[in-house]
Design a protein around this ligand. Structure first.
Ligand SMILES: [Zn+2]
Length: 241
């Protein structure tokens, strides 16, 4: 659906860590009909929302509770960000495999949808971690490294985005990406810490929405459509059982 040849650029975005600021971010996305993927750590949420235990620029970060996540993320795509957000290449292989596989399983069970995507906590990975992510059934794994031409990636297990949403050269990267047909930005909703920042974010989403040369897509759909050419693993289990 997103890779048919029309000369349009597909814009995809994803947001990490399952924080309470996602609620406000999603209100904005819904207002503009934007699609997005949310990358969650199933082992870090409790029944009700709670402080993450750290602050971003003096603002305490909170994680969403399981009791609200189905509603909050309704209509959006979920991806796996590991079970508890460790640096995966610094723990044992067994522990890393569990972080990756159990994270995916729990999200699939809870959201009753396939979870084909993975995002490396802290953007850190190595060959062993990449192989574990692939074996656990993921179609792609996002890093934090910015590239000019994100799609198709050389290796779907090291899928580099176009840039962070606060990148100073966001719009020049966006325009340049029209040559490759895909623009992929990412971030954390907790980075939006002031009213001017929220307003600028909404303007950014509205600006993309108003561009007749682009349309919103889902990250996973890119891989779904191109799976033969990309040599990605078989499509992960669907939720039809
Ligand atoms: Zn994270």
């Amino acid at each position: 659906m997103v890779t048919e040849v029309t000369g349009m650029m597909t814009v995809v975005q994803c947001w990490d860590d399952g924080v309470t600021a996602d609620v406000r971010l999603i209100e904005i996305l819904r207002r503009h009909g934007a699609r997005a993927t949310f990358n969650l750590c199933a082992g870090l949420h409790e029944a009700e929302r709670k402080p993450a235990g750290w602050a971003y620029k003096e603002t305490e970060v909170w994680r969403l509770g399981w009791n609200e996540m189905r509603n909050v993320y309704d209509g959006f795509t979920i991806a796996n960000h590991s079970l508890t957000h460790p640096r995966l290449e610094q723990i044992s292989v067994d522990a890393a495999c569990r972080e990756i596989a159990e994270g995916r399983e729990r999200l699939q069970q809870f959201f009753e949808q396939s979870v084909p995507g993975f995002v490396y906590p802290f953007g850190s990975y190595n060959e062993t971690v990449m192989s574990a992510v692939r074996k656990a059934g993921h179609m792609y794994a996002r890093t934090t490294q910015s590239v000019g031409k994100p799609f198709p990636p050389e290796n779907p297990m090291a899928f580099h985005p176009s840039c962070h949403f606060l990148a100073a050269n966001f719009w020049s990267r966006y325009e340049k990406a029209k040559e490759c047909g895909v623009f992929y930005f990412w971030g954390h909703a907790y980075e939006l810490i002031s009213e001017p920042m929220w307003a600028a974010f909404e303007e950014m989403i509205a600006g993309i929405n108003a561009d007749p040369e682009t349309r919103w897509g889902n990250v996973a759909d890119l891989f779904d459509e191109a799976s033969d050419a990309l040599n990605v693993p078989d499509k992960p289990d669907t939720d039809d059982t």
